[in-house]
Unconditional design. Sequence first.
Length: 367
Amino acid sequence: MQLLTLPPSPTLATSIRATAQVFEDPRSQALLAHLQQVAPSEASVLVIGETGTGKELVARHIHHLSRRREGPFVAVNCGAFSESLVEAELFGHEKGAFTGALTAKAGWFEEANGGTLFLDEIGDLPMAIQVKLLRVLQEREVVRLGSRKSLPIDVRVVAATNVQLDKAIGAGHFREDLYYRLNVVSLQLYPLRERPGDILPLTRHFLDTYCNRLGYGQVRLTHEAERKLLSYDWPGNIRELENVIHHTLLVCRNNLVRDDDLRLSHLRIERQSSVQTAAPQSAEDQLLQAFHRLFEEQAGDLHEKVEDSLLRTAYRFCHCNQVHTASLLGLSRNITRARLIAIGELVVNRRGAPSLARPERTLQFSI
């Protein structure tokens, strides 16, 4: 059995990461074969999968199979930093670059030089940082915050996400050019419920691990307990399975795990049933209700106010891109530009080049 595990760390006890990965299920075996083919290359890799499916383990295995195995492997959670600090964390900073920067500090790209940088939850990066990340990947150099000097780097990037980046691109939350730069190779990690052949091998691994930690002898599973494990849908994936086994060993008797020893969560079932009791409103129905409230609260010039607010909101949603705004609203760019100037969202300077105006108040629609 091919088994991957994370190196021991005191943070794993409270982490949502998967600490083990096996490749017994046919889908997992196909993933492993693909992984072994692409790992020796220098191509960027995008690992896609739900939380707890083992994305970091796969990234570490890619590093281990590559020519960079002697170099560092650095794992960074992009969603763990505040927007004001993420640039300094990734690219480093010089002394005095911001309040509290008492000394110069290398960023994670520099720390991973000669090795592999794993960027987990890449979809959480702010748009401004995505632009700088794209430049780093293209130019293969970083510029620390507060510096004008570029530093060459030799880093292979493996990124991971638990969101659908194509939808994030459509919503204007993720750059399409960065997506294609990261997605040279794509690896899909299926949730545990879709690779049932991995459930019992993982269960036996966690039984052995926690029996050793707790000083227990060998523990067996009844057939009923195995069937219960296989029939559950595991919304928390591998990490949830580990937690269930840990708890089970604390309550089972006579070194035998019975089905009633397994305490499985029913949160997902309850959530689905609550959704089914009340059909969700369509976006059109919600918009109609918002209009009704607006009619009751305001009077006069509503058509112009709504039109201006729609254009202004769409423009900011598209990150002040006129072409994207026009496409979103089904207008020509010339009409969109003229209306943005008319409502004060764009100010044309003497040379005819537009600049951003100060934000104005927009109508509030509570949908």
